[in-house]
Design a protein around this ligand. Structure first.
Ligand code: 13P
Length: 344
């Protein structure tokens, strides 16, 4: 492992004004997104949609440091035969790959899951590196259902252990691991419950990373923010989310970690941007703090495109706008008034 090179990639992923496009929806998830816009989920449609984003020159060269791809996409060519990976590289962005293989039920823990995919991961990472991937992603999922004793320590510890095993294998393959322990915002819990569970998850995760000898300088953390559950009666405002999330991360994430790139997790596009911006306005943070959004970057372009060739320019404009807004937020320079000044 060459840690200096891993650190260089990790720092580029969270360079000021830049963040990550999570375009790694599995075939099942992208079908759900396409169903909403009335587009059939064929291999070519998935390719056309992603090619549209990767050819958004302004967004890809100025605001998007890296793209997380799904296995199908990393091997796909654009309509003119250019590998999609090359399009990303030509724009000055870094290709990455989701390497987990989804979740399975965790025995003995009703309602909880373990993320799988460690078997043969070393071989898969070597193939992805040859194909151009310089970072990877693995997502662990932790639910909150306090009435039923969820999450359990078993689920948190087992998922943290898998994340750390994955991260160690990535670094051995000269690939920067994005470590993503996602605490879901699906429940009716308040923001303080989310805070406490996320704190527990992050403490356990960093302990396991230490046990597996992962070099913190060569990784990126992808956490959820401290937010109230979607069904909570008590919604937290932007400032409260920002202050609590910054306090939480400062108490759990060592400053050796080059950067933190949030998931959006079901927040609205503008909420995800406003929260990131408010945190960066607080400032004085030991790590880069940016976005690694899936839905909050793609909902708008998906709608604008809706599977029609004639809408490619509109889709690219919508994508560029959201990427630019989040780029500003990563520097604490966003304001709600900029939302109406959409790119042409
Ligand atoms: P969302 O921003 O839609 O949560 O997706 C990010 C991601 O990569 C989840 O694994």
């Amino acid at each position: 492992m060459n840690l200096a090179d891993l650190n260089k990639i990790a720092r580029a992923m969270v360079a000021p004004g830049k963040g990550i496009l999570a375009a790694d929806e599995s075939s099942g998830t992208i079908k759900k997104r396409f169903d909403v816009i009335g587009v059939e989920s064929t291999e070519n449609n998935r390719r056309d949609y992603r090619e549209m984003m990767f050819r958004s020159q302004e967004a890809m060269s100025q605001y998007i440091s890296g793209v997380i791809l799904y296995d199908e996409t990393i091997w796909q060519n654009a309509a003119d035969g250019t590998p999609l990976v090359k399009l990303i590289e030509q724009a000055g962005s870094i290709p990455g790959i989701k390497v987990d293989e989804g979740t399975q039920k965790l025995p003995g823990c009703p309602g909880e899951t373990i993320t799988v995919g460690l078997d043969k991961l070393a071989e898969r990472l070597d193939k992805y590196y040859k194909q151009g991937a310089r970072f990877a992603k693995w997502r662990a999922v932790i639910d909150i259902d306090s009435a039923n004793g969820v999450p359990t320590h078993t689920a948190i510890m087992t998922n943290a252990h898998a994340l750390a095993r994955y991260a160690a294998l990535c670094q051995q393959a000269q690939i920067v691991p994005i470590v993503e322990p996602e605490v879901l915002m699906d429940g009716s819990h308040d923001i303080d419950t989310c805070y406490q569970v996320t704190e527990w998850v992050l403490k356990e995760t960093f302990q396991q990373l230490y046990f597996q000898r992962v070099a913190l300088e060569g990784m990126i953390l992808k956490p959820n923010m401290a937010v109230a559950g979607k069904k909570s009666a008590k919604k937290a405002d932007v400032q409260e989310v920002a202050e609590k999330t910054v306090k939480l991360l400062k108490s759990c994430v060592p400053s050796a970690v080059p950067g933190i790139a949030f998931l959006s997790g079901g927040q609205s596009d503008e909420e995800a941007t406003a929260h990131l911006d408010a945190m960066n306005k607080i400032g004085g943070l030991p790590w880069g703090l940016t976005f690694s959004y899936g839905r909050a970057l793609q909902a708008a372009p998906q709608k604008a495109w809706s599977g029609k060739v004639d809408n490619v320019a509109a889709g690219q404009a919508a994508f560029t706008h959201r990427a630019k807004m989040n780029s500003l937020a990563s520097k604490g320079e966003w304001s709600a008034s900029l939302e109406s000044k959409k790119a042409a």
